[in-house]
Write a protein that binds this ligand. Sequence first.
Ligand code: S3P
Length: 758
Amino acid sequence: MGTSSAASTALHQSSQPAAQVVVNKLVVIGIGLIGSSLAAGLKARGGCREVIGIARSMQTITQAKALGVIDRGFLSLEEVAPELGEGDLVFIAVPTLSVAKVLHECARFLPASVTITDGASVKGSVAQAVLEAYGAVPPQLVLGHPIAGSEKSGVTAVNPSLYERHRIILTPQAETSPVHLQRVVEMWRAVGGDVVEMPIDVHDDVLASTSHLPHAIAYSLVDTLAHDSDNADIFKYAAGGFRDFTRIASSDPLMWHDIMKANRECVLASLDLFTANLARLRRAIAADDGEYMLGVFTRAKEARDHFTRLINKQAFVPKMQSKEVTYIMQPGGNVQGKIRVPGDKSMSHRSIMLGSLANGITEVEGFLEGEDALATLQAFRDMGVVIEGPVNGKVKIHGVGLNGLKPPAGPLYVGNSGTSMRLLAGILAGQQFDSVLTGDESLSKRPMNRVVKPLQSMGANISAEGEKGLPPLVIKGGAKLNPINYTLPMASAQVKSCVLLAGLYAEGETQVTEPAPTRDHTERMLRGFGYEVASLGATAKLSGGGKLAGGKIDVPADISSAAFFLVAASITPDSDLTLLHVGMNPTRVGVINILREMGANIEVQNAREVGGEPVADLRVKYAPLKGINIPEDQVPLAIDEFPVLFVAASCAEGTTVLTGAEELRVKESDRIQSMADGLITLGVVAKPTSDGIVIEGGTIGGGEVESHGDHRIAMAFAVASLRATAPIVIKNCANVATSFPNFTELATEVGMNLAVSP
Ligand code: S3P
């Protein structure tokens, strides 16, 4: 038996049910819901040659035969044992406390060649019974537990699909033979189960919390209400909530009696924890402590929405497998109308971070409900911050103050989001508790030394993997941070922000000087929260130890998302599109400057200031574009917009040359290479260079391109289809949801021809 933890126990991936014989004779001892459903499921898929049922009563055998669940039936194992051998499998599906008796019979009658497995809900007590029956663990025995069932019981509840896409936990021991284990794995896979392996003690612990405790609570609640005379009428009025919550109280009483007894210690530990928390909630209700209640309810709602994280004991559950999403773009289309793209990603991240560190409530409007900003939100919830929403872009953050964050239960997982990881590193470096920041496959390849080094020189105890400084970032709490005077080696708002945020926790003045202007949302928003930040030319400074005061934040539409439509309208004849309420921070408008220099027709309308940030509506019409040498001073101001600017360059007359943009190589993908490869596939002449690209404007053809899971590459190629001569298929587009969750809807609304597969 392995000693791996529950979080790393995945062994056998799910597979489609196999239509091949995996077991010769299947003997099911106990023909209730669990046993009969396996028998019926395996039979239906041709996974066994014959099913033999063993039951305590003739009536069950007759019923099971009539239902077609078994081929033959017996009242004892002894009767059938002589005909069993290699390739046959016995499944023990009796109530937990009856397994011991069956195991004694197995030990007496079954030859060592027969595979034995079980389905009992507790594994420790069964393992003990095995030792009593056999004296040692027999290699033919594979203990297991299908995590499937229903409140219904008995052979009449048989369901051949019961195990489809359900977890089957196997708890093999050191003595278990691989041949028998494999047979059991194949059998469960044949009925559609996802087989995982887990140590026995971990299984019992996890199941006590996730299954046994809820059953105890449901039984107790229904019993309490049923016996309370004041509540005599309660069931008449009990609607959805009551029914949902108490459904499991109509499960088989004997089975649950057995489970509670067999897993006594683990169940008691879970019950103690729960009753303590329930008592705490009671005190909060009695004291009218709304904050506490909201904290419990928002955390619980979020956890329910991602409930596997409870089993995995993680702060956040990474996507196990990112969904395969392909865009199929038909060539041509229109670009017309008035749209508002989602909220600014950079500001959405910062609104959660600063709102959480502020004193008092912060109300955010226009929050981007994309995966990246949600990862930041999740991280702060994991550190105990009560955050309501988001609902229609509205978020209410109950700030805890600069020193009010709590240690998270596990690693903080920030998915695809570099901004979350780098800015959080600065905040976490100043905490008293330890933390770990992890991310998805793409983020795990992105350089973190750029934040690790300055934080270390401030005295932070932070480390990354290897020489390249890759995630995860491991941060030890309790370090005393010193202020620094840091000159950024690269123009990066993320690094600048990281150092400034760490500076909030340092005693004295922290200064950051940048080689070129980068987005200044951190500085602006800190000021909006009443925190003094001085910006003198290329240097921003602040002193640690102050306070942030919660308030209102209006997040404008993201110019980086608007950029796709700025280019779409610029390259499509007869287009006329207005983009509403776009953030026009001077450190972000490089895309407009570059497009205008290429000849684009972009009109800035209704320019105004909202919450300390300039905002405007942008009206864009088609205009013939020409190739240019992109001024290097515009690079940091348009750093995220280059993928789509390369599409504009492909439609322009003449050559466009980009230099000074090596940073593009370390974004969500190597954006120079990803774009060059895709454009070349589409017939465009594009030459990548170490720090940029040279693109000859011409005709865009069709073909299949790869986005490398990079949201901006995917959307850029979608825009290219407007001028393509044949369909463009764009692979790996799921991550568009990180920054622009409704991209396909808005693209279709303005007139692009986009289909999503699957
Ligand atoms: C961001 C800064 C930029 C940008 C990223 C968001 C921010 O990264 O590419 O999408 O919110 O600070 P760098 O600062 O690393 O260039």
